[in-house]
Design a protein around this ligand. Structure first.
Ligand SMILES: C[S@@+](CC[C@H](N)C(=O)[O-])C[C@H]1O[C@@H](n2cnc3c(N)ncnc32)[C@H](O)[C@@H]1O
Length: 262
């Protein structure tokens, strides 16, 4: 087997792949699975277009920030270097279309516990935490971005978020016997760690837990990770939304893979 690259695809390649995805992605008329039809009607179609003004104001402020921080890149070299907060806000955070989708997923499935791997500046975390019935636990390697995120959540008045700081390799073991309704994996976009986290997090999942993987078409390694996850025996229904991959592990479901237009 040839070694897959961890390097992200070029913008042009991603655009071409996205175009192919938009062309082949199924709409509601092509879906015969009741579970997936329900997901399309209740989650994809009902995702709020509301402006989430307060959170988006924070994002805007971060994008305009002149602050330069010392940032340790656990997802790549593990080295410490200078980084503009504005660049992180522009490049690392899920855009509002997908942050809203994750929030709607949490709301529709009535999740009360969500685990997020990769807090960064905490914008997607904030979207999830809008629902006061949810307790969000977010994990992040770099303490400085996590501090900025915490300040943002304080501004927004969210008290339902807890964090763990440190390399996932060291911190995942601290989750004890807790299980989560939704586990969102958005940190360290490489093949081996992604598969290892998925394996390790099985002990924090219950029958109905939904896993959400970020950027499944970001690089050859992430595509390989997505294909491997789809083939995993514990996985039942998968939904490819191009920038996110949903994984249902409920044993009562058939094993099926879908690509849905979103
Ligand atoms: C893409 S960002 C998360 C974005 C965030 N979920 C959002 O949408 O707003 C990924 C984050 O994961 C963190 N990360 C990557 N690898 C890590 C590791 N091995 N341990 C801890 N944190 C890690 C990075 O520091 C980075 O802040």
């Amino acid at each position: 087997m040839t070694e897959k690259s961890a390097k992200p695809y070029s913008k042009l390649k991603i655009a071409a792949a996205y175009f192919r995805y938009r062309f082949k992605g199924l709409t509601k008329h092509g879906v015969h699975s009741p579970k997936v039809f329900e997901f399309m009607e209740e989650v994809l179609d009902r995702t709020s277009k509301s402006r989430n003004r307060k959170i988006e104001r924070e994002r805007k402020r971060l994008k305009a920030s002149k602050q330069i921080i010392d940032f340790t890149d656990f997802g790549k070299s593990g080295n410490l270097f200078k980084k503009n907060v504005s660049d992180i806000a522009k490049n690392a955070l899920k855009p509002k279309k997908y942050a809203r989708l994750i929030a709607q997923t949490v709301n529709y499935y009535k999740a009360t516990s969500v685990l997020e791997l990769g807090t960064s500046l905490g914008i997607t975390t904030a979207y999830i935490a809008q629902n006061k019935h949810v307790k969000v636990h977010s994990m992040e390697g770099d303490p400085t971005v996590a501090d900025i995120a915490t300040t943002i959540w304080q501004h927004l008045g969210y008290k339902n978020i807890t964090t763990t700081i440190g390399d996932f390799n060291a911190t995942l073991g601290s989750l004890g016997d807790k299980t989560y309704d939704i586990i969102y994996i958005d940190g360290n976009h490489r093949l081996e760690p992604t598969l290892r986290y998925f394996e390790q997090l099985q002990q924090h999942a219950h029958e109905k837990t939904l896993f959400i993987f970020d950027d499944i078409h970001y690089s050859p390694q992430m595509e390989k990770a997505w294909e491997t996850i789809k083939a995993n025996d514990s996985v039942r229904i998968t939904v490819d939304l191009f920038f996110l991959g949903y994984v249902f592990i409920d044993k009562t479901l058939p094993k099926q893979d879908f690509t849905l237009r979103y």
